[in-house]
Write a protein that binds this ligand. Structure first.
Ligand code: DC
Length: 241
């Protein structure tokens, strides 16, 4: 166990905004940073995935119109935990943390997360969870696509992780294989590129790095190296307590 792995040896005050596309190692390092700093952790992608599962369970697919998707997603009872040791998301009281990683949800999530009503509702829920975590001087690591640009534009530390589509697809393939899901590298690469296109070109809150975000290319950086860099940044910005 390296220095980065010790739990809660530094405290975090305020919000660390972690953005970037999938497969950059964002979830791994965001969770580990939160654990290392005894902070809360919010995976906003999991919230969009759970909303997408609600859309699927309402019997809708990619042919549904925005209004129908919006109603199904915003009417669902979604709850997100902020404990980095056990990040869970529930839909109507059921733990759906594993199901939201499956191919049906992954195939539809970009469409659902482009619906303005869905974003308005989920951003409001994110604000409430973030506020609860920072009240009284606590900290939270929030990961997503629009955290530094829209959700917490005044976050004291914003990081944007990038990596080439090939490296990201290979990482996703390894995660899928580990979780027992079929992993075809060509299909995964095509899906990574398709989602990048949709997430970066949507009208509402597209994916891009905030002007004041620190951009880290993770193609040649291990998770440990990224985590060490993040912890340096937390200390440099005076966010450790
Ligand atoms: O991080 P992820 O792959 O689990 O995210 C799933 C999808 O959710 C992603 O394709 C885009 C969307 N998303 C978003 O639009 N805004 C966020 N803050 C987080 C995720």
């Amino acid at each position: 166990m390296g220095a980065s792995e010790r739990r809660g040896d530094v405290a975090l005050r305020g919000v660390v905004a972690m953005d970037g596309p999938s497969g950059t190692g964002k979830s791994t390092v965001s969770r580990r940073l939160a654990q290392a700093c005894a902070a809360a952790y919010l995976d906003t992608g999991a919230m969009y995935r759970a909303a997408t599962l609600a859309v699927l369970r309402a019997g809708l697919d990619e042919h549904a119109d925005c209004g129908e998707m919006g109603r199904a997603a915003t009417g669902a009872r979604l709850e997100s935990g902020t404990d980095p040791a056990a990040p869970t998301v529930t839909l109507d009281g059921e733990d759906v943390s594993a199901e939201i990683r499956g191919p049906e949800v992954t195939g539809l999530v970009s469409a659902v997360s482009a619906v303005p009503e869905v974003r308005t509702e989920l951003v409001a829920r994110q604000h409430a969870l973030i506020e609860a975590a920072v009240t009284g001087g606590g900290g939270i690591v929030v990961e997503g696509r629009d955290i530094g640009t829209v959700v917490v534009p005044d976050a004291p530390l914003k990081v944007y992780l990038t990596a080439s589509p090939e490296v990201r697809a290979a990482r996703r393939g390894r995660q899928d294989a580990k979780a027992g899901r079929d992993a075809d590298l060509h299909a995964t690469l095509a899906d990574v590129e398709r989602r990048d296109r949709l997430d970066s070109s949507r009208r509402v809150s597209p994916l891009y790095a905030a002007a004041d975000a620190l951009v880290l290319d993770t193609d040649r950086l291990s998770a440990d190296a990224v985590l060490d860099r993040l912890r340096e940044l937390v200390a440099q910005r005076g966010l450790d307590g």
